[in-house]
Design a protein around this ligand. Structure first.
Ligand SMILES: [Zn+2]
Length: 269
């Protein structure tokens, strides 16, 4: 950050202001650390997001750069905090400027609630539940999938008639269709949930797959690599994947190869 943020201490140094006092608490000098962490108004917000075990280090560190670095280093330990801290820095700075330079009308009444919303948006992974079924091995097969936003709202869904094939092939073809739809929709951060452990292993670890699955897996990989997506594939229990299962069974019975749903179809669990 190189201490270039124009808080009042830095404004005074540059002869832009003759008062170093914090315009929010009006109690202490507003240097960078005060603005980003120590002002009671900001500290109250940070305390609500900083994990208990990190509070001591975080609030006693004398260098804001180190605070930031610690926060990023702990990304794997606490994803929410590593997103929350930069967001809080940004929004509290913005609110401070609205108070100083404008009338502050855009400042939310419930800042904590507002910031939780922003964190959820930042996480922003779109969920894709997929499923493939085959009535026999091989047998008449179908695929289905649905996209939901971070709040669980239905975005778009599909069902596929995949002809006569195996359930593994149906699962993979269904996933490929999901990726293509995600590409079309511009969903680049995908949290994919499928209930076939065999498919999760194939896609994540290249575990024991052969033709014709090989070709489909290669197509999936090419799409993911080319688009620089963040695609996380996790195994999900069947009971938690009922909507995709319902769509896959619909697909196996439908006459047309593909059906798209812009709202949840009647009967979707
Ligand atoms: Zn202050």
């Amino acid at each position: 950050m190189h201490d270039r943020v124009l808080c009042n201490v830095n404004r005074e140094k540059r002869n832009l202001n003759d008062d170093k006092t914090c315009p929010i608490c009006k109690n202490e000098e507003e240097d960078l650390l005060h603005k980003l962490r120590d002002c009671p108004h900001v500290r109250y917000i940070l305390t609500n997001f900083c994990p208990t075990e990190m509070r001591n280090n975080f609030f006693n560190e004398s260098c804001i750069q180190t605070c930031l670095e610690n926060c990023l280093k702990n990304q794997r330990v606490d994803e929410t905090w590593s997103i929350a801290f930069p967001l809080i820095c940004w929004w509290t700075w913005r609110w401070r400027n609205q108070i100083v330079f404008k009338d502050g009308v855009d400042i939310p009444v419930n800042k904590l609630k507002f910031l939780w919303g922003k964190i959820r948006e930042a996480k922003a992974a779109i969920t894709l539940n997929t499923d493939g079924v085959a009535r026999g091995c091989p047998g008449q097969a179908g695929g289905g999938g649905l996209f939901q936003d971070y709040d669980g709202a239905f975005l778009v869904g599909f069902s596929l008639n995949l002809g006569h094939t195996t359930s593994i092939y149906a699962e993979l073809r269904d996933f490929l269709n999901g990726l293509r739809m995600a590409k079309e929709k511009g969903y680049k951060q995908l949290d994919v949930r499928m209930d076939s452990m065999a498919c999760v292993k194939i896609l994540n670890y290249h575990d024991n797959y052969k033709r014709p699955s090989l070709q489909v897996v290669k197509q999936c990989e090419a799409l993911i690599d080319n688009e620089e997506w963040i695609v996380i594939i996790t195994h999900y229990y069947r009971e938690a994947n009922l909507a995709a299962d319902w769509l896959a069974n619909t697909g196996a019975s439908q006459p047309e190869p593909t059906r798209r749903y812009n709202r949840p179809p009647t009967g979707l669990p």
